[in-house]
Design a protein around this ligand. Sequence first.
Ligand code: ADP
Length: 389
Amino acid sequence: MLWPLLVVFAVIALFILRLSWRRKLLRSQSDARAEIERLKEVHRESAAQLRSQQEALFNSMIEGLLLLDQSGRIQMANHAFATLFDLQIDMRGKTILEALRLHELAELVESLGAGGEVLGHQLMLPRPSERWVQVNGAAILSGDGARQGSLLVFHDLTRLKKLERAREEFVANVSHELRTPLSLIKGYAETLLDGAKDNPELAGKFLQTINRNAERLRLLIEDLLTVSELESGRVTLDLQPVALPPLIEKVFNDFKARANPKDIQLVNRAPDLAARADIGRLEQVFGNLIDNAIKYGRAGGSVTVGVRAMDGAQLEIFVQDDGPGIPAAALDRLFERFYRVDKARSREQGGTGLGLAIVKHIVQNHGGRIRASSQIGKGTTFFFTLPQA
Ligand code: ADP
């Protein structure tokens, strides 16, 4: 009687045991699933975080960056790239030719070798952006050397190119300016040596020309040194309160000998105000502006200098003439080195073409601004600001 009962109990116990195993198994399976989901979520979050970190890093770069996939389609472009190429729409998924129509760039991408070496090339972007760009590219390779895409880095060279062009123009201008008086000096000296020295009248004339051109060279070299000193940023100003009426009077006295033969009146309208300035440099500013006003002014006319106090502890100073004036198109270029409205007239008057460039630098070094306003036939006025003492 006992055996059958024992068997029944054993079966029931086994059944209960199996049930509890199964429950445990199910529980651990669902725990594992939850853990997998949690890990997936963690992975998704860290991938998204990594992506946004990468994007922030790429977008904070000054260089433009372009990432292409295996088939040469744009995968990612940073902000600097979009600004450089003036692109407003999303370029992802397009090829270089579709997005930029730049054959040179497409060819560069094609030529990126399997060795992963960096290739460089300079591009001139067409209008409207008209920029010079240095592009460096490299193929992106997987561990087994298979090509996975390409990376292009763009560096804007426009500013450097402009500086380079300005420097070349400056050197060409300087050479030209120096060559003219120098060849005159050489020519007349050779003529004297060839026999003209024996004719006292001719010799006197030639020596005067030589002297005039040597003086022109001296002025030019002096102005060149001043410009380069001012542009180097090495100039230190000795800022002091400078009473303006007596300084203007002093410069007028220095220029009387030039104004009198043209019967030009020099009028000092400055009220009793003082600027905070370097007196030597300010005298140079007045000297250049008053010299120009006399040189290019009207015979029998006048040159007036005045000052007014403005808001914000600034002074505005003006130098005005009643000469023939300057065409509006030339006003913006007046302060460029070697720019002359009338080349022949400037040379004839002994101008170097550097006076206004020097004036602009000195005013700017004082924290001021300069501008010119003119009416043809009525005259020209130069205005500049300085801090009030
Ligand atoms: P420059 O040595 O030739 O005088 P500046 O730099 O002083 O060189 O002046 C540049 C050019 O601006 C001059 O060549 C002249 O054509 C023009 N200019 C300057 N000041 C006057 C003025 N007051 N009236 C008319 N033209 C002027």
